[in-house]
Design a binder for this molecule. Sequence first.
Ligand SMILES: NC(=O)c1ccc[n+]([C@@H]2O[C@H](COP(=O)([O-])OP(=O)(O)OC[C@H]3O[C@@H](n4cnc5c(N)ncnc54)[C@H](O)[C@@H]3O)[C@@H](O)[C@H]2O)c1
Length: 284
Amino acid sequence: MDISDLSGRWALVTGAGSGIGGATALALARRGADLAICDIDEDGMAQTLSAVEALGRKTIARRVDVADREAMRAFAEAVHAEIPAVDILVNNAGVAIAATFVDTTLEDWEWIVGINLMGVIHGCHFFVPRMIERGAGGHVVNISSMAGYLALVSMSAYNVTKFGVRGLSEAMRGELAPHGIGVTAVCPGIINTPIVGKMRVRGLAGHESRQQAVQAFTRRNYPPERLAAGILDAIRRNKAVAPITPEARAGWWLKRLAPGLVHWLNRRAGKRIAEEEAGRTPGA
Ligand SMILES: NC(=O)c1ccc[n+]([C@@H]2O[C@H](COP(=O)([O-])OP(=O)(O)OC[C@H]3O[C@@H](n4cnc5c(N)ncnc54)[C@H](O)[C@@H]3O)[C@@H](O)[C@H]2O)c1
């Protein structure tokens, strides 16, 4: 899709009140797009809204929980009351959890599947048919993750949602191509956003993962604005899967070229966690 000038086009970004969603909304607005945004964080959304409006763009903003089917239906009705269809749909809103499978409660599963997977499905369900009906093409971006192809210990619930988002995107891509609508599963690596500070943690493994993740995210310091530039490039090139950071690209190839090594590293990490949870020193 030509994104050099998005004047007169509408983009929709879920979870636009922070991190990747906020940066992507702003990057699209800088290219000229008008913006429909939603989030459950009204303060964060207000900040994104004022930055987008400062660029002179039109906006539609609603407090919407993407996991809530009826709220998403009402949001779609509000958007489609203003415009026939969006041109670019970015299903971004998401949450994280660090916990082994055994420590993950069924309520945790419902929570994360509801937001990370059903939220993306709701976005596609309520906005894509109108894009098809309008017949002017467009692009759907679903935010998956490096965890959408690398399944790692303490991440089973997050992995399930992100593998799901990637699978959904790859299947939809074939279905939407005849309508001139591209679909990209964006797979970021480690992006410096508040997500890990807010993530749910369970058990020793979870708490350790939060500490490690916060440290890794801070050290890595890859800004969401840079990722947003990668997302725009993936739309332009109509990429099927877009691993954007160097570690995401390395993981993508490692999984393909040396899957045994990935399993070995994962088994080692699982053993270390089991030892620590049993109160023993690793390697003792
Ligand atoms: N930060 C990373 O390293 C990273 C890596 C890979 C993938 N991702 C994915 O990128 C997406 C954005 O994450 P981020 O890092 O910018 O996190 P973030 O916490 O900075 O932003 C997520 C936004 O989603 C909103 N949100 C959460 N639950 C919601 C709900 N039920 N309904 C509507 N909005 C909701 C939050 O309020 C927040 O504004 C997520 O899907 C995440 O899984 C992030």
